[in-house]
Each structure stands twice: as C-alpha cells, then as structure tokens.
Write a protein that binds this ligand. Structure first.
Ligand SMILES: O=C(O)CCC(=O)C(=O)O
Ligand SMILES: [Fe+2]
Length: 274
C-alpha cells in the first residue's frame, strides 16, 4: 500500500491496496492519513455492496441519509446518480454533508460505479489549510462564534431539488433539521483548527445582525474558494473518495450533460462538535 499527498491543502491518494483484505495495521495507517489530510482517494477497488458496508463499519456505525434514494436491498447505501436526461446533479455546490445534524456525520464514502467519458470530477477544499490562511485579524474576529445550519431550503418540500434531480431526493416531509456548531472547529480527532461553515447548509452566524452575518460568511466562503485550498479528483471506475465532513468541503462538477454517472455512498456517524 502506498499513501501520498493529493495536494498541499487536502487529501491523500491511496494505491496498491485491496480494501477487502486490509490488515488492522493497514487500517490504522489509512485512518491516520484520513484525519491528517481530510480526504482519501483510494484507487482501483472492486467492491460488492457488502464489501463497501464492511469497510464503512470499520470506521463507525452507518448514518443513513434521510433523503437519498437507497440502493435496492441495501438501505445503508445511497444512490448518487445522474441519468443522461437529468440536468441537476447531487452535490453540485460547495458544501459539506450533514452539518444540519446535531451530531454531523463523520465521513461520506463514495464508490464510483459509472463515470462519464469526460468530466464529473469532484472538487475538495481543506478547512484547516483555509483557516491557517486567514489573517490574524479575521481569526480573532471569528473566534468563539457559532453558526446555525439547516436543510429545509435544500431537502424540504419547497426547494424544488427533488424535481430537479429527477425524484432522486425524497422524504421531503422529514426535512427541517437545524443545528448550531462552532464556526472554528477544533477537529474532534486531531485538534487542528478548521472552518466549519459552508454555502450549502449554513444559515447564519448566531447572535449577529443578518447583514453582518451574510457579509462575514461571504468573506469566509470567498477565502475558501481560492484554488490553493483545493484538490480536484478525477475519477476512474472503482475509485473511492472518502472525506471528513468536519474538515473539508466538496463540490460535484456538473459538466457531463447527456451522460450517466453512478456512485454508491455510505455515510458514517460522527460525534457531537464543541
Ligand atoms: O458525486 C459526487 O462527486 C459527490 C456528491 C455529493 O455531494 C455527495 O455524495 O455527498
Ligand atoms: Fe455531498
């Protein structure tokens, strides 16, 4: 097994390993690379749904997403699918998964089954590198702030997201979760400080006037959107990307209209954030 850095800001590439047969020592190495880098790109796997589930369960219990259509026979696995005639994809904005939950998911483990002939890359951003890149003044300004996150505007009845994604997002009546988390998070495993707000689900900064909150979030987002904090992953069938939802953002590019892209996703449970 070889593990190498994907970019300065985020991610590591894992090669020459078969996740079906890893030892406990190899898993420990994978685990520490994951928390240190925020995301792993594990090349060239051949996993049945049972193997994907078994790998996910090495990390934590599975956190079943309320909204995505599951794979038939496997309620633990969500379909991340875009059909040729579907215009809007899943995850086509910068976001992190499940920040609207009281106990947000630790990781999403995405396995590529069908990749379009070109395009369909996923962008990742590293929140610790982005935090480190802030001015001292901005670090002082956001120290101790909290933000409110929610999902009704994405997964709720009124959002239109379900229709736009060809009905692939359902259960809208159970949307509406909200949670408050720190804007600067000391990572629960490593203690590294990172930004924990995202354009997908963060609603506002708590105890701040709306206009000031909007301006501050926009400033932070523009900072994080700078390419030095990113890595662009180009998929091959059989690859896994797994990311730490507490220390990264991701963005599924939607630049392959007319082609099919199909992934299986398992999300695993995290811990309460302070
Ligand atoms: O399809 C992708 O590359 C990522 C989609 C996404 O946002 C997710 O699965 O959480
Ligand atoms: Fe996502």
């Amino acid at each position: 097994m070889q593990i190498s850095k994907a970019s300065d800001a985020v991610g590591a590439i894992v090669e020459d390993v078969d996740l079906k047969t890893i030892s406990d020592d190899q898993f420990a190495e994978i685990r520490s690379a994951f928390f240190d880098s925020g995301a792993l790109f594990i090349k060239n796997q051949n996993l049945a749904p049972e193997d994907h589930i078994a790998f996910a369960e090495r990390w934590s219990d599975i956190d079943i997403n309320r909204f995505f259509t599951p794979v038939e026979g496997y309620p633990q696995i969500a379909q991340v699918l875009k059909e040729p005639d579907q215009e809007v994809n899943i995850g086509g904005v910068w976001h992190t998964d499940h920040s609207y939950d009281q106990v947000p998911a630790m990781s999403s483990i995405l396995y590529a089954l069908e990749i379009p002939p070109t395009g369909g890359d996923t962008l990742f951003a590293g929140m610790a590198a982005a935090y480190d890149g802030l001015s001292d003044e901005m670090k002082a300004r956001i120290d101790g702030l909290k933000a409110r996150h929610g999902n009704a505007h994405v997964f709720g009845q009124q959002s239109g997201y379900s229709e736009q994604t060809g009905g692939r997002v359902g259960n809208q009546q159970s949307a509406g979760q909200e949670a408050i988390h720190p804007v600067v998070l000391a990572h629960p495993e490593t203690g590294a400080k990172g930004l924990y707000v995202n354009p997908g689900f963060t609603l506002n900064i708590v105890d701040m006037a709306e206009e000031e909150s909007t301006t501050l979030l926009k400033q932070l987002y523009e900072h994080i959107m700078q390419p030095q904090f990113h890595f662009r992953f180009q998929w091959r069938e059989g690859d896994i990307a797994m990311w730490d939802n507490r220390s990264t953002w991701h963005y599924a590019l939607n630049d392959y209209q007319g082609h099919r892209r199909y992934m299986h996703r398992i999300t695993v449970q995290g811990v309460a954030l302070h």
